[in-house]
Design a protein around this ligand. Structure first.
Ligand code: PLP
Length: 491
């Protein structure tokens, strides 16, 4: 890890008159600009662009990412986010012209291969979910939730049960779950967790009723725990006339091991940009496909690809909730997921999950004597510790997170899930070697020691990074997200 703390962060490098290029003398008659562009569109003054040499530009863009943390730089155990390594070969693959140079307005018969890819990927995801039909349309996890809930709503409405407007959501849920409910106009009914970190079944029985539209669940949940009562939970919700929604944003523990459909779920969304090999984190394109049971298939967002003989066609499902995205979604993300699934095969995907679970349990067991482990159980692909015992030294989980940067590790997810005080949510993923996990364990133990001996070291961290501790409130309220020329006075 080479974080260059010694190099000062000089961002503004413009010097009047400096150039990165020079065009050759014009050897054809010059056409006046006004003849090419209408007068009203012409600038009266040149834009205030930085004046820099080519080398300075190259250095600038080479330095910037070196000041950042990414999975290519070091361990990234950001719980719930599955910051695994994504094979580089997939980037080569999606730059093939047959995939990257096609256009959504092309006639169907000229893009049969692309449609076949969409069709096959839909089938594979349905097999992994243990459900019938897929729509690849949604562009992200939260978008998948929204689309899945729209499908549930359309189904109830179609049956004349539009009064079902209550969605049950456990208190451990990802924040997007209640938010998505609100977006479709559902009332969120919070379900408490039991002492084992799962759904409190007795409380659930009291909360279901004639207005229940369904239950949204993540299983394993955000504590990294598999709910052992899932079949009973499904029965309770189904008997009340509700449907089960599976937040499968993070399916890294279950592929080839458990099919959500077999445990009673009616709708599943996956995040291709978490589990299925699309890098994420910078807000880049993702995909949050949904898979549903046979009875919900007519309501899926469209278009979806249908196979007629050896032809692939785009069709709108009979009672479709409509389009949720332009064209056919983020096609190149599909191509990466398809390559990932094919190259692993069923056994390989199962191994991905097994290794992710093994790695998480290994790290958990090596840390549970120095951090509190609120739920002492075998975890799935992630686990949640509590840093509440550090408070007596004046140290918060946030300080620990900052201190980890000094050692070249990205922080785990902190303060989530909300039901654990000073939560530290760690997801190692399957792509990390044991030696990396051991280094992380060592550093976490060392930081726990530092908290006792030298709490100031943590509360003033990070010390070795190019940017020291930021004022988070100010960063959130007054973010500076783009470069503006100093002289322009532009707001
Ligand atoms: C990441 C995540 C989401 C949201 O996915 P986005 O693609 O960021 O919208 C939803 N639920 C869970 C459990 C997640 O981990």
């Amino acid at each position: 890890m080479t974080l260059r703390a010694d190099v000062p962060l000089i961002f503004e490098r413009s010097t009047p008159g400096r150039r990165g290029y020079r065009l050759p003398e014009l050897d054809v008659p010059e056409t006046p600009l006004e003849e090419l562009i209408p007068q009203e569109y012409l600038r009266t003054e040149p834009p205030a662009l930085p004046e820099v040499s080519e080398l300075e530009v190259v250095r600038h863009y080479t330095q910037l990412p070196r000041r950042n943390h990414g999975v290519d730089v070091g361990f990234y155990p950001l719980g719930s986010c599955t910051m695994k390594y994504n094979p580089r070969v997939h980037e080569d693959l999606v730059s093939l012209p047959g995939l990257s140079a096609i256009h959504p307005y092309q006639p169907e018969e000229t893009v049969q291969g692309a449609l076949e890819l969409i069709y096959n990927l839909s089938e594979h995801l349905a097999a992994i979910a243990g459900l019938a039909k897929t729509s690849l349309q949604p562009a992200a996890g939260a978008h998948g939730e929204l689309s899945g809930l729209m499908v549930i709503k359309a189904y109830h409405n179609h049956r004349g049960e539009g009064h079902r407007t209550e969605m049950l959501v456990p208190d451990s849920a990802h924040g997007t779950n209640p938010a998505s409910c609100a977006m479709v106009g559902y009332k969120v009914v919070e379900v408490p967790s039991n002492e084992r970190g799962g759904v409190d079944v007795e409380a659930l029985k009291k909360l279901v009723g004639p207005n229940t539209a369904g239950l949204m669940l993540t299983n394993p949940n955000t504590l990294g725990l598999f709910d052992e009562n899932i079949c009973q939970i499904a029965q309770i919700v189904h008997e009340a006339g509700g449907l089960l929604y599976y937040d499968g944003a993070n399916a890294n523990a279950i592929m080839g091991v458990v099919r959500p459909g077999d445990t009673g779920f009616d709708v599943v969304h996956f995040n291709l940009h978490k589990t299925f090999s699309t890098p994420h984190g910078g807000g880049g394109p993702g995909a949050g496909p949904i898979v549903v049971s046979e009875k919900l298939a007519p309501f899926l967002p469209g278009p979806v690809v249908q196979k007629d003989g050896d032809q692939f066609r785009l069709v709108m499902p009979e009672h479709s909730v409509g389009r949720v995205r332009s064209f056919y979604g983020n096609f190149l993300v599909y191509a990466k997921a398809y390559a990932y699934i094919l190259s692993h095969g069923p056994q390989g995907l199962r191994e991905v999950s097994a290794t992710a679970v093994l790695n998480a349990n290994y790290v958990m067991n090596k840390l549970k004597d120095v951090f509190e482990l609120p739920y002492e159980r075998i975890c799935m692909h992630e686990f949640v510790l509590s840093g509440s015992h550090l408070k007596k030294y004046g140290v918060r989980t946030l300080d620990l997170a900052k201190r980890l940067s000094d050692y070249g590790f990205h922080a785990p997810t902190v303060y989530f899930p909300l039901i654990v005080d000073e939560a530290i949510m760690i997801e190692p993923t399957e792509t990390e070697a044991k030696s990396t996990l051991d280094e992380f364990i060592e550093v976490m133990r060392q930081i726990a020691e530092e908290a006792k001996e030298n709490p100031e070291m943590l509360t003033s961290a990070p010390h070795n990074t190019p940017v020291k501790r930021v004022d988070e409130a100010r960063a959130a309220r007054h973010p500076v997200l783009r470069w503006k020329p100093e002289a322009s006075g532009e707001q």
